[in-house]
Write a protein that binds this ligand. Structure first.
Ligand SMILES: Nc1ncnc2c1ncn2[C@@H]1O[C@H](COP(=O)(O)OP(=O)(O)OP(=O)(O)O)[C@@H](O)[C@H]1O
Ligand SMILES: [Mg+2]
Length: 209
């Protein structure tokens, strides 16, 4: 059985609620993602892609509707609960990778594990080294972000996003006006796209293989 990793039910999102400039940006989104899916989210500028990713990433609350991750209803959680669910279930890769400059590549990859478990241990170090190896960067483990190229920094950020074995990885790519939702139980990033979800003016207009 492939259990749903993510489920959105009738999600609406408005900005500036209760003010004269209130504007609804997402108009009732229904979306299901299954484990292992590799899904691209596309649509014109201003269609609501970043807003939708922020809602899915539990960075913003929907105005109404329900967001569930691994069957847990996120809309019922308080801020501390959201932070825990985010840390346990979501990996984030941003275009601007947000690596910590004072930490080495290895320490950056270990960071989500340290946050999850309290303090570093040898098993975490081993897992982080394995992930750096998987992105071709074992030789760069001891280097700080400033000593790495932009592409290498991105790969460190991908290794970091996979550190907690999250069921859902969200990739933000502002430059191309698009974002990728990568849903996987497999730490190796699949180099293919199974499905394309198309958003226009806050409504899903395409959802095809
Ligand atoms: N914090 C905010 N306050 C008010 N309006 C906002 C806010 N963030 C986004 N919007 C509005 O919501 C709409 C959707 O914006 P969003 O950033 O989600 O679009 P997008 O699809 O990511 O666009 P792009 O491809 O340009 O990145 C736009 O009309 C935008 O002006
Ligand atoms: Mg955007």
């Amino acid at each position: 059985m492939s259990a749903g990793v993510l489920s959105l039910a009738d999600v609406h999102k408005s900005y500036n609620v209760g003010t004269p400039v209130e504007a609804e940006v997402l108009h009732g989104i229904h979306l299901e993602l299954a484990a292992g899916e590799f899904v691209a989210l596309v649509g014109p500028s201003g269609s609501g892609k970043s807003t939708l990713l922020n809602v899915i990433g539990l960075l913003e609350r929907p105005t109404s509707g329900r967001v569930s991750i691994q069957s847990e209803d996120a809309t019922a959680l308080d801020d501390a609960g959201l932070t825990r669910l985010r840390g346990r279930s979501l990996g984030f890769v941003f275009q601007f990778h947000h690596l910590i400059p004072a930490f080495t590549a290895l320490e950056n990859v270990m960071m989500p594990l340290v946050i999850e478990r309290g303090r570093p241990d040898p098993e975490m170090r081993e897992r982080a080294m394995g992930l750096l190896d998987a992105v071709g960067l074992s030789a760069a483990a001891g280097k700080k972000p400033a000593q790495l190229s932009g592409g290498m920094q991105q790969r460190v950020a991908i290794a970091r996003a996979l550190a907690v074995r999250p069921p859902l990885v969200l990739r933000f790519n502002e430059q191309h006006g698009s974002a990728f939702l990568i849903v996987t139980h497999d730490p190796r990033l699949a180099a293919r796209c199974d499905r394309k979800i198309e958003l226009v003016d806050g409504t899903i207009v395409g959802n095809a293989r």
